[in-house]
Design a protein around this ligand. Structure first.
Ligand SMILES: [Zn+2]
Length: 259
C-alpha cells in the first residue's frame, strides 16, 4: 500500500481555497510508475517481439563472447577485422536507436549478430516508451496471406496498414521469403511506401544486394546506411574449439574496453 496516496493513485494539492489548483487531483508517483510500466508492456505487446527476443539488447550483445580464438576457427576470419566490423555495427545501431532517422540495413552471413542488433534497436525504443514493430519477412507474408481466411481476427488491410505505417519497422531476414509475384509485390508496396515517406526502417538480410529485387536493392542503397557485418557464426560455431583450448574467448565489451 502506497503511504502517500493509500493506494488511490491520486493526491490533492495542498493549496489554499481559491487557488486555481485547489481540489484538483494530482497523479501520485506510485501511479505514474504503474502507468509507465503499463505503457511499456503495451508497446512491447504490439511490437511482436515475443518474450524470447526481449533479452536481445545492446548490453547482451556486448557481453557475448567473440566466437573465435586465434588460429582455432580457421583462416577465414581475421580477428581484428571481425572486431572492427562488430564495433562499427554496434556503434551505428546505438546511434540509430537514440534517434531513428532514415533506414539502417544490416548485411551479413547467418549468425553474425545482425538480428540481435536489429532487435536491440526495437527494445531500446520501447524502453524509451517509443513504439517499434518487429516482423520476420517470411512470417509477415504468411500473416498477410492468412488474413484472407474467413476466420482471421484481423483484416488484410488492417495488418498491411499497421506494418506499412509503423513509426519504426524492423524487417528481419529480407530475402528469406519465397518469391512469388504476389509476395514480391506486397513486399515492394510496404518498402516503397516507407521509402517514399522516409519512415524509419531497419532491415536485416543474409543476401548480398544484387540477389534482391533490383527495385528493393536500389531503395536500400538510397536510404542506407548499409552496415556490412563480417563475423563468424555466433550461434555455437566455436563450442568445440572452446573445449579444446579450455579458455573463454573475450567478450566484445572486454575488447572495446581494452582500447
Ligand atoms: Zn501512491
Amino acid at each position: 500500500m502506497c503511504p502517500r496516496c493509500g493506494g488511490v493513485g491520486w493526491l490533492r494539492r495542498d493549496v489554499p481555497i481559491g487557488h486555481a489548483e485547489f481540489g484538483q487531483p494530482v497523479l501520485c508517483p506510485c501511479k505514474a510508475t504503474e502507468l509507465k510500466q503499463q505503457r511499456l508492456d503495451r508497446l512491447f505487446a504490439i511490437s511482436r517481439l515475443g518474450d524470447h527476443l526481449r533479452d536481445m539488447t545492446f548490453d547482451s550483445f556486448l557481453s557475448r563472447d567473440i566466437p573465435y580464438d586465434a588460429g582455432a576457427v580457421g583462416a577465414d576470419w581475421d580477428r581484428e577485422e571481425t572486431f572492427r566490423s562488430l564495433k562499427r555495427a554496434v556503434s551505428t545501431a546505438r546511434h540509430y536507436a537514440a534517434d531513428p532517422q532514415g533506414w539502417l540495413v544490416f548485411l551479413g552471413d547467418f549468425g553474425c549478430g545482425k538480428t540481435h542488433l536489429a532487435v536491440a534497436i526495437a527494445n531500446e525504443r520501447i524502453g524509451r516508451a517509443e513504439p517499434a514493430l518487429f516482423q520476420v519477412v517470411p512470417d509477415l507474408l504468411d500473416h498477410l496471406r492468412a488474413t484472407f481466411a474467413p476466420n482471421s481476427p484481423v483484416t488484410y488491410d488492417e495488418l498491411f496498414e499497421e506494418v506499412r505505417s509503423a513509426p519504426l519497422l524492423v524487417l528481419d531476414d529480407l530475402g528469406a521469403q519465397g518469391s512469388s509475384p504476389w509476395a514480391d509485390e506486397k513486399l515492394f508496396q510496404i518498402i516503397n511506401h516507407r521509402y517514399n515517406h522516409r519512415l524509419p526502417t531497419v532491415i536485416t538480410t543474409n543476401l548480398p544486394l544484387d540477389r534482391h529485387q533490383p527495385r528493393l536493392a536500389s531503395r536500400m542503397t538510397d536510404m542506407g546506411p548499409l552496415v556490412f557485418i563480417k563475423a563468424p557464426d555466433f550461434r555455437g560455431g566455436l563450442a568445440p574449439n572452446r573445449a579444446l583450448s579450455g579458455k573463454m574467448p573475450p567478450s566484445l565489451r572486454g575488447r572495446m574496453a581494452g582500447r
